[in-house]
Design a binder for this molecule. Structure first.
Ligand code: ATP
Ligand code: MG
Length: 309
């Protein structure tokens, strides 16, 4: 039983050691680190004190074991993770460009995560669940899209709120099936947590106020636009406000958005008010970028409170 559930890829990340390093030249890498956007999210939701689980698949291998152990240690309910002997655990490689951008090579579709399907969704798991979080990165196969659709149907019956972080690259919208599905999740979510450019990509306008007003009108309850080192802007029917970012030294931006979302949903789940939940999430996102490794910058509530003014 978990108050917060998510679904999707668990993988290890292997990271370039030097900025400017390329994939088509031999170089040194560090890792493996526990990773996967929904895994980072759920790890943070658990670390900040909520009961939290991830519907996922890992291989019967050491990369799966590394992730399982890390999530379990951080308090995630790992009972929703299935081990399969049929495929190995997913892997992502990442390099860092001089301009702050990143390049990825993913081995996910053909990994254990690619076996997630609608049979993995059980209505009883949603009965006592308050929030179901969907990430754009996880919608890479028809099986997982059908699983998400079934889960959203369950949420409608059980009153579980759906939160959505598109967390996507613009190339994804070239695929009409993907575009349609992202729009379907957007139309069925209660909480929307895009990055600044994702709002524009999905809604086709750079007028943020107008795009958000349209979403709130359609029934989305909360929208938070994440703007990296510029903090975030939060909206609901009654209020809108900006939270400036904490001044930190950015070591590795990977996972900041997922850590932000995990903190926000966890705080809301614990009955903390909207504005305060956004403030804590903003702090957690900043702390996340100060550590190398996707999940290594996740933090406990006491630390977040200590850094929040
Ligand atoms: P990604 O999908 O790459 O994880 P994202 O676009 O979902 O990223 P970001 O906007 O990069 O999310 O980061 C989420 C939040 O974390 C920001 O809104 C901000 O509160 C905080 N944050 C991120 N980067 C920094 C930074 N360099 N300094 C301070 N705070 C940051
Ligand atoms: Mg993101």
């Amino acid at each position: 039983m978990a108050d917060i559930l998510t679904i999707g890829e668990i993988l290890v990340e292997v990271m370039a050691k030097e900025v400017g390093q390329r994939f088509d030249e031999t170089g040194e890498f560090v890792g493996p680190f526990a990773s996967g956007a929904p895994a980072i999210f759920i790890d943070q939701a658990a670390k900040t004190g909520s009961t939290a689980g991830i519907i996922a698949k890992i291989g019967n291998d050491a990369f799966g074991e590394l992730n399982y152990r890390k999530l379990e240690q951080d308090g995630v309910d790992v009972s929703f993770i299935q081990e399969t002997p049929l495929k190995s655990t997913g892997v992502a490689f990442v390099t860092y460009k001089e301009d702050g951008d990143r390049d990825f090579i993913f081995h996910i579709q053909d990994s254990a995560s690619g076996l997630i399907g609608p049979d993995d969704i059980k209505k009883e798991d949603f009965v006592d669940c308050n929030y179901f979080h969907v990430m754009g990165t996880s919608l890479f196969s028809e099986g997982i899209r059908q699983a998400v659709k079934k889960a959203i149907d369950c949420c409608k019956e059980t009153g579980t709120k759906v939160s959505f972080d598109p967390n996507m690259r613009k190339e994804l919208l070239q695929d009409p099936i993907m575009k349609e599905f992202l729009e379907y999740v957007l139309n069925n979510c209660d909480i929307f947590l895009p990055g600044g450019d994702e709002l524009e990509l999905l809604l086709g306008t750079n007028d943020e106020e107008k795009a958000v007003a349209h979403l709130l009108e359609k029934g989305v309850q909360y929208v938070i636009v994440k703007n990296g080192s510029k903090g975030c802007r939060a909206y609901c029917k009654e209020a809108s406000f900006t939270v400036e970012s904490l001044k930190v030294v950015e070591v590795d931006p990977t996972g900041a958005g997922d850590c932000f979302a995990g903190t926000f949903i966890s705080c809301m789940n614990q009955g903390i008010g909207f504005r305060q939940s956004v403030m804590y999430a903003n702090t957690a996102g900043a702390l996340a970028v100060t550590k190398k490794g996707p999940m290594e910058g996740n933090t406990h509530m006491e630390e977040i409170k200590g850094f929040t003014k």
